[in-house]
Design a protein around this ligand. Sequence first.
Ligand code: ZN
Length: 129
Amino acid sequence: MLKKGNKLYSILTGSCPRCNKESMYVDQNPYSIGHLFKMNERCSHCGLKYKMEPSFFYGAMYVSYAVGIAFAVAAFVTAFLIFKASLISTFIAIVVTMVVFMPVIIRLSRNIWINFFVKYDESAADASV
Ligand SMILES: [Zn+2]
């Protein structure tokens, strides 16, 4: 499933949505908090400019609500339904999950957002620029 050319590959790895050849981020680890938002200007392989317009990644905020809710639901199911935790413990588990996964949620949202607009292009992946 996680082959190059699959949007899921780009979304989960944060690689260039057009050629999948390299990471969009200066530091691939979302937990190096100082580098959380630092992206390369463009892909050095296919030349895609990630920030297509100045406020491009503001739209990723809307995606992050959906991604955040998905994480909250997962935390709820795990704590309340699987571990039969009390409501208050479940609430704490959700808050902790949101805080701990915040960098991942932010990165995933950006990756999903840019993949709405950019399609994988095999010729861009093959070409060496
Ligand atoms: Zn590229």
